[in-house]
Structure formats: structure tokens, C-alpha cells
Design a protein around this ligand. Structure first.
Ligand code: PMP
Length: 459
């Protein structure tokens, strides 16, 4: 591998000189230098400083089958030799995207039988937004084009993805969002439930914010609602059980399409192929990416429901949309093999019956009593730990993000990769984690919490 001709110092220097990283304060990065991860195996990544780090984030919520899977490399190699690329425009197709679409229709919730490919979650959400608007136009109702989303949602970083998302800092840099997208409150009970309000009541109230927004806009102008079943990048915000059934009821009542963004929750993370199945949601579209290939290749698949697909087929007329790499044969070959591994190894059942319940329980038992921990929550292999100054009043440390940032830095220094979103610590490990791996992670988090508490003394 050519990088081995370079020292770590040379790579860092070239990184600083030429590489603009995503979601980065470039001034800070120049001062601190980057961590260069050069290899990985199973649940661990290895950086060039010689550290072995347990990857509590599965890369970026994507490496569901873990690292070092030769089978995926072989699938890519064979496909590249046979046919590295051909497009699926102009009435052409190649075999692997066809077979993958067939497979996705089998594992998807009932009624989602068509697939539109892209290379990233952001692209898939751009497709989804254009598709739902196109659908209503085909139905002769072009004015039904507003989309309702939520504060704190993350739907990607393209202009449509950012517009759909509800991240204030990202909107601030947008200088003009895609029109006709509005945001309502997220189902984040820890901060937004009122005193004495039960989880169930809060879930209904949060869902009814959608109804209010539909009524305010006028149901005839609302195309769709979009949401992550569990908000991921916004801080693993897990909705109360009452939330999604009420959202579904409201969407049906006003004939508003339901778009799920399962870029994080898809392909096993919640103990089913899709969170729609774990939570009993019946969406019109599901955006997926990341773990579709376990991150071994860039690929996204927008799963499209029969209602929309039927309109496309019956009404006809070109849908002027697509990407050079829609249905990339190599990425689709890797995805097929990846889904085969998930099935063969029973990874979804393991999350559903064993590691999913255990992750939440272990974090609660081992960390719940710590002075800095305000709440622990988990759903499948997604978990969050709220960091607070005062458990009773839920007061945070000042400034926002400092305390969880310290916990994160200590966790990484102690061999566990995890992330902080403001003052929420989050985990999204590979599905290959066992109970023993979860115990190892809990020990490392406990140590990081102790070290952070020491740093924060007097803060
Ligand atoms: N939707 C969700 C829910 C995501 O978490 C992400 C990425 N973290 C995206 C969309 C965007 O995906 P990508 O970064 O592949 O464009």
C-alpha cells in the first residue's frame, strides 16, 4: 500500500496542507492535527499512533458487520473484473442492482417494492423530496408540496438534506433553504416533557405538533412528513411508544405521505431489518444507505411504496432525476454480500434478543448512578447517555458541549470511540458486538466519566 512509504508526520502534514475534512473547524484541526486510522479488524480500528480503539460508532453508524470482511472485498473484486461500471440510464440495467432491488423488496416492510439508488444518504433524501413532490404533481395536485420535518433532524448535508434537516447551525450557513419545508418539535422527552407529563402523553403531544403544522399550512398543501424513527445525529433521541402510531394516524387523516429516514436505523440496528418493522410504522418511502454495504462501498437505496410507484408507472412521463452512480454494479455486489452475511450470521436476531436489550440494561446498571449521568436510553444497538451537572434539575455544565466533549476525549484515549452531540454521548456499535464487548465498552465509559468529573470539579 503506497501510504506505507510515508511517515505519520508526513501524512499529517499533507492532510493539513490539502484535505478539507467534513463538519470540521479547520482552524482547530490545523492546531490539533488529525488522527490517522490506517487499518481495522472486527470491532477495532487502529490508528498510526499505535492505538487500538473499540469502535463504538461502527465508523459513522455504518459498519454493521464489522471490519476485515474478506468476502466483501472479494465481491467487489469479482464485480470489478466482470463489469466495473455501467449506467442504468437509457433503458439499461446491470445484474447486481436488479438482484439487490429484488432482495430489498423481500426484506422491506410490506408495500415497498421499488428501489431508487444513489451513493449517499443525502442523495437518497434529495431523491425522496423530489419524488414525493413529483408524485403529487402526477396526481394533479402540484400545490401539495410542503414537507414537514423536525428540529434536530439530520437528513444529510446537500442543500435539500440540510433544508430537510433541523440543525440550526447548518441552516444558519445555508443562505436560502429549499422552499416549503417546515419543522416541528422533536419527540425528545428528556428536555421537552413538562413536569408531571408521562412519556405517553409527551409522545402524543409531540406527534400532534405535526397535526398543528398541517392545519396551519392547510392539508391540501402538505405533501409529506419526514422523520428518523430514532433521531441519530441529533443525539439518539428515542421517541415514546405513543409517538409513531399517532404520527401515522395524522398522516393518514390528512393524506400526507410518510417518509422514514432509516439511514442509521436500517439493516438490523434496531433488531429488525428496518425500524419501521420494529416500531410497526407503515411508510410510503424509506431512505437507506450506510449499513446497506456496511460502509464498504458508498451506496444508498430509497425504498419506494406501491402508491408512489404505481403513479409513476401508470401516469408515465419522465422523472428527470438520477445520478451517474445510481445502481453502481460494484456497490450493489457488495451490498448483496453484506445482506447475506447479516442473514447468515443471525445478526438481526442477536440484536433483537440479546445485545440490544443488554446494551441498554448494562449502560443503565453500570453508569446510571454516576453523578454526571442524567439519563441512559437505548433502542436496539443505539444508545445515549445524557451528561449533566445536576441529575435532579437536569442542569447542564456551561458551556454546552464541554462536559460531554471531555467524556468523549477520555473515552477515546481509553480505547473507545464514541461521539458527543452537545451534552449527549452516543453509541452505535457494529452488530457483531457481544455481551462481552458491551461490558468492555461500559468499563471504558465509566472510566471516562470519572476522569471527566475530575476535570469538571469546580465547574
Ligand atoms: N440521514 C440520516 C438519518 C443520517 O444519519 C445521515 C448521515 N449521518 C444522512 C441522512 C446522510 O447520509 P450521507 O452522509 O451518506 O449523505
Amino acid at each position: 500500500m503506497t501510504y506505507q512509504n510515508y511517515s505519520l508526520a508526513q501524512l499529517r502534514q499533507a492532510d493539513a496542507a490539502h484535505h478539507l475534512h467534513p463538519f470540521t473547524d479547520h482552524k482547530d484541526l490545523r492546531a490539533a492535527g488529525s488522527r490517522i486510522v490506517s487499518r481495522a479488524d472486527g470491532p477495532f480500528v487502529y490508528d498510526m499512533d499505535g492505538n487500538e480503539i473499540l469502535d463504538g460508532m461502527a465508523g459513522l453508524w455504518c459498519v454493521n458487520v464489522g471490519y476485515g470482511r474478506d468476502e466483501l472485498a472479494e465481491a467487489a473484486f469479482e464485480q470489478m473484473r466482470e463489469l466495473p461500471y455501467y449506467n442504468s440510464f437509457f433503458r439499461c440495467s446491470t445484474p447486481t442492482p436488479v438482484l439487490l432491488a429484488k432482495k430489498l423488496a423481500e426484506i422491506a416492510p410490506d408495500g415497498l417494492n421499488q428501489v431508487f439508488y444513489g451513493s449517499s444518504g443525502s442523495e437518497a433524501n434529495d431523491t425522496a423530496l423530489r419524488l414525493v413532490r413529483h408524485y403529487w404533481a402526477l396526481e394533479g395536485r402540484p400545490e401539495k408540496n410542503r414537507v414537514i420535518s423536525r428540529d434536530w433532524a439530520y437528513h444529510g448535508s446537500t442543500i435539500a438534506g440540510t433544508s430537510l434537516g433541523g440543525m440550526a447551525a447548518m441552516h444558519h450557513q445555508l443562505h436560502g433553504a429549499v422552499p416549503n419545508i417546515v419543522h416541528v418539535m422533536p419527540p425528545y422527552a428528556y428536555e421537552l416533557a413538562e413536569a408531571g407529563e408521562s412519556d405517553e402523553q409527551f409522545g402524543l403531544r409531540a406527534a400532534r405538533a405535526l397535526e398543528e403544522a398541517i392545519l396551519e399550512a392547510g392539508p391540501d398543501t402538505v405533501a409529506a412528513f419526514i422523520g428518523e424513527p430514532v433521531m441519530g445525529a441529533g443525539g439518539v433521541k428515542i421517541p415514546p411508544a405513543s409517538y409513531w402510531p399517532e404520527i401515522q394516524r395524522i398522516c393518514r387523516k390528512y393524506d400526507v405521505l410518510l417518509m422514514l429516514d432509516e439511514v442509521i436505523t436500517g439493516y438490523g440496528r434496531t433488531g429488525a431489518w428496518f425500524a419501521a418493522q420494529s416500531m410497526g410504522i407503515e411508510p410510503d418511502t424509506i431512505t437507506t444507505a450506510k449499513a446497506l454495504t456496511s460502509g464498504y462501498q458508498p451506496l444508498s437505496a430509497l425504498l419506494v411504496g406501491d402508491r408512489i410507484a404505481t403513479a409513476l408507472v401508470e401516469k408515465g412521463g419522465e422523472f428527470f432525476h438520477g445520478y451517474t452512480y445510481s445502481g453502481h454494479p460494484v456497490a450493489c455486489a457488495v451490498a448483496l454480500k453484506n445482506l447475506e452475511i447479516i442473514e447468515r450470521e443471525g445478526l438481526i436476531e442477536r440484536v433483537r434478543d440479546e445485545t440490544g436489550p443488554y446494551l441498554g440494561q448494562a449502560l443503565r446498571e453500570k453508569l446510571g448512578d454516576h453523578d454526571l449521568v442524567g439519563e441512559v436510553r437505548g433502542f436496539g444497538l443505539l444508545a445515549a447517555v445524557e451528561i449533566v451537572k445536576d441529575k435532579k434539575t437536569k442542569t447542564r455544565f456551561d458551556p454546552v458541549g464541554r462536559a460531554a466533549g471531555l467524556v468523549r476525549d477520555h473515552a477515546i484515549a481509553n480505547g473507545l470511540m464514541m461521539r458527543a452531540v452537545n451534552d449527549t454521548m452516543i453509541l452505535s456499535p457494529p452488530l457483531i458486538w457481544t455481551k462481552e464487548t458491551i461490558d468492555m465498552a461500559c468499563e471504558r465509559i465509566a472510566k471516562a466519566l470519572d476522569l471527566a468529573r475530575r476535570d469538571l470539579q469546580g465547574a
